[in-house]
Design a binder for this molecule. Structure first.
Ligand SMILES: C[S@@+](CC[C@H](N)C(=O)[O-])C[C@H]1O[C@@H](n2cnc3c(N)ncnc32)[C@H](O)[C@@H]1O
Length: 288
């Protein structure tokens, strides 16, 4: 794959990518994490001003298709959420957590980016508890939460997703549910363009080499990691979870909005989001 083939949606509309060189190369956990923090701190304002209206201040949307947790109930029926301790990972401005709180749940919104969390404060003045931390090192005791969720937060950006799965497993109570969405792995094989040029395969789906934007010194300023669908299933299982469902939201007729490479044209033909619904597999890990 050459560097033009897969260009994440942010590259089309943010200042941060202006001077960065796009390439494909190895990027480890520490470098990926450092790049993500810097990138999201620099770009949180633009992200929220561009996508905030679609996300809604207190809606729970799983991705650009607009699949809404109020309809999908992937965390369980809304009526079952009251009183549940929920960890949202890569929460951004904590829109999903605010919806969870409105159902009577007790959410904690975690994100690596200080600036993203400042947007959460701007929206609700601190009503939802916020934690600034890396998904790979969750600052919570074992068994602190009933549920964990992440809408495009953290998982696509980390070099070691199994470590994140294990951390989520650790902080969940036995039987706890973990639901996360990522870019559908098939998108890696196509140019990330909303128009017809985004419909022709241009690269190997099997090439896991990370997409990296780097500065003049060769330091990564943005990193995105690719896993095949099978890799993601194996990551979930290696982390101690059972995969309960894999949801591939179809593009709904009401949604005319493009979001980077996600568009009605492509959404009608190829999946853009994969939502993994998992449960702590206590039998497989001897109740650990
Ligand atoms: C695409 S945004 C999604 C934010 C929010 N869930 C939404 O739907 O708007 C990805 C978020 O993941 C956060 N993130 C990236 N890497 C992370 C990591 N290693 N640990 C925690 N958060 C991370 C970013 O700071 C960013 O806020």
């Amino acid at each position: 794959m050459n560097q033009e083939d897969y260009v994440p949606e942010h590259a089309h509309d943010t200042a941060a990518a202006e001077d960065a060189e796009a390439t494909r190369r190895h990027a480890g956990d520490a470098e990926s994490s450092r790049a993500s923090r810097g990138w999201w701190d620099r770009n949180a304002d633009e992200y929220q001003s561009e996508h905030g209206a679609f996300l809604g201040d207190d809606r729970f949307v799983w991705g650009p298709e607009g699949l809404d947790e109020a309809d999908a109930a992937l965390l369980g029926p809304a009526s079952s959420l009251a009183g549940k301790d929920v960890l949202e990972i890569g929460a951004g401005a904590a829109q999903c957590s605010r919806w969870l709180a409105a159902q009577g749940a007790r959410p904690v919104a975690l994100d690596l980016s200080h600036r993203q969390l400042q947007h959460a404060l701007r929206i609700d003045g601190g009503a939802v508890p916020l934690v600034e931390a890396d998904a790979g090192r969750l600052p919570f005791r074992d068994g602190s939460f009933d549920l964990a969720c992440s809408a495009y937060g953290a998982v696509p950006f980390v070099a070691d997703p199994v470590n994140v799965m294990r951390e989520v497993h650790r902080v969940l109570r036995p039987g706890g549910r973990w639901v996360f969405s990522v870019t559908h792995p098939i998108r890696w094989a196509f140019p990330d363009e909303p128009g017809p040029e985004g419909l022709s395969v241009s690269a190997s789906y099997f090439d896991r080499t990370p997409y990296v934007e780097q500065d003049e010194q060769g330091r990564a300023v943005y990193v995105e990691h690719h896993r095949t669908l099978g890799d993601r299933v194996r990551d979930v299982v290696a982390g101690g979870f059972r995969l309960v469902d894999l949801v591939e939201p179809e593009w709904p007729a009401w949604n005319a909005q493009e979001w980077g490479g996600w568009s009605p044209l492509r959404g009608r033909l190829i999946p853009g989001t994969a939502v993994f619904v998992c449960e702590r597999d206590d039998a497989a890990r001897g109740g650990a």
